[in-house]
Ligand binder design. Structure first.
Ligand SMILES: C[S@@+](CC[C@H](N)C(=O)[O-])C[C@H]1O[C@@H](n2cnc3c(N)ncnc32)[C@H](O)[C@@H]1O
Length: 267
């Protein structure tokens, strides 16, 4: 069990879909199309959000391999995707800490979403070196970039964001996490290995229509804020009540910053 709940992943998926930087998806599509037998390896696949976002944008014959270490999420991915919609789809339990054993044979590009902000600098360096050996590309979307903004301000917003970003750097299973620095770290690591990189923003834009996601997101902030410990429980409680109460107010919105990166090998 990874601690990522399939209901949470389902709530965020429609907002992720709208947030993805389409200019990078288009470049990714062209790169995949240039291969006679395209193969995509999606790591930290969860229930298959990346497949659902991209499968219609790459050739129907593309083979997909979805990897995650959480058997429940993989089972849900298999239930929802089945055999795919053209090319074959496989599902495999795999702990990414064994990154040097990543099954990269014939893989055109590795994809990921909402994964690399959980990862450490050491992991990202090892990952980049592993991909570089086979000159495999990377498309990594929706890495949290440290920005949260609400249209209706509260005096504790700044401290909340600081504390959450501090918590983002705690170990999430790969060593001290990069959190908001993940995309930049990947960019530098891949450029050093003779890749061309492109980075674009992919912010979540949430208004009253995204009420359920906003509620789940806000409730999910409580534990990290308590663990960081710079705000008292009553300050956190007051801030959360204010934020939950203002979701439905006219003109209320929340932006959560993310970035996407595409890294393709220079030949
Ligand atoms: C935030 S979720 C994103 C899931 C999916 N990519 C999406 O966008 O909906 C992060 C995913 O990474 C997986 N994960 C975390 N640590 C992992 C590890 N060490 N090995 C394999 N998968 C891992 C989790 O199980 C989870 O599915």
């Amino acid at each position: 069990m990874s601690g990522f709940d399939k209901n949470w992943l389902a709530l965020r998926e429609p907002v992720d879909v709208k947030a993805r930087a389409m200019q990078l998806v288009e470049r990714l599509s062209r790169h995949v199309e240039a291969n006679a037998v395209p193969v995509i390896l999606d790591i930290g696949s969860g229930t298959g959000s990346t497949w659902r976002s991209l499968s219609a944008r790459v050739p129907r014959t593309t083979q997909w391999h979805l990897l995650d270490y959480d058997p429940l999420l993989l089972a849900e991915a298999e239930r929802r995707i089945g055999g795919g919609s053209g090319g074959a789809v496989t599902f495999r339990q795999f702990d990414l800490n064994q990154i040097e054993d990543l099954p990269l044979d014939n893989v055109t590009v590795v994809t990921a979403s909402a994964l690399f902000d959980l990862c450490s600098a050491d992991f990202c360096n090892r990952f980049a070196e592993t991909l570089a050996k086979s000159r495999t590309g990377l498309y990594a979307a929706l890495n949290y970039d440290g920005m949260m903004e609400w249209s209706i301000p509260h005096p504790l917003d700044q401290q909340v964001v600081l504390d959450f970003n501090r918590h983002q750097r705690f170990d999430k299973g790969f060593g001290p996490a990069l959190g908001p620095d993940a995309t930049e770290h990947l960019r530098l690591a891949f450029e050093a290995l003779r890749y061309s990189t492109a980075v674009a923003t992919s912010p979540w834009l949430m208004g009253p229509d995204e009420r359920d996601l906003q509620v789940a997101f806000l409730e999910g902030l409580e534990k990290p804020l308590v663990e960081v410990g710079s705000l008292t429980d009553s300050e956190i409680g007051r801030w959360l009540r204010f934020r939950l109460d203002t979701i439905a107010e006219p003109g209320s919105s929340c932006v959560v910053g993310h970035t996407d990166i595409l890294a393709l090998p220079r030949r």
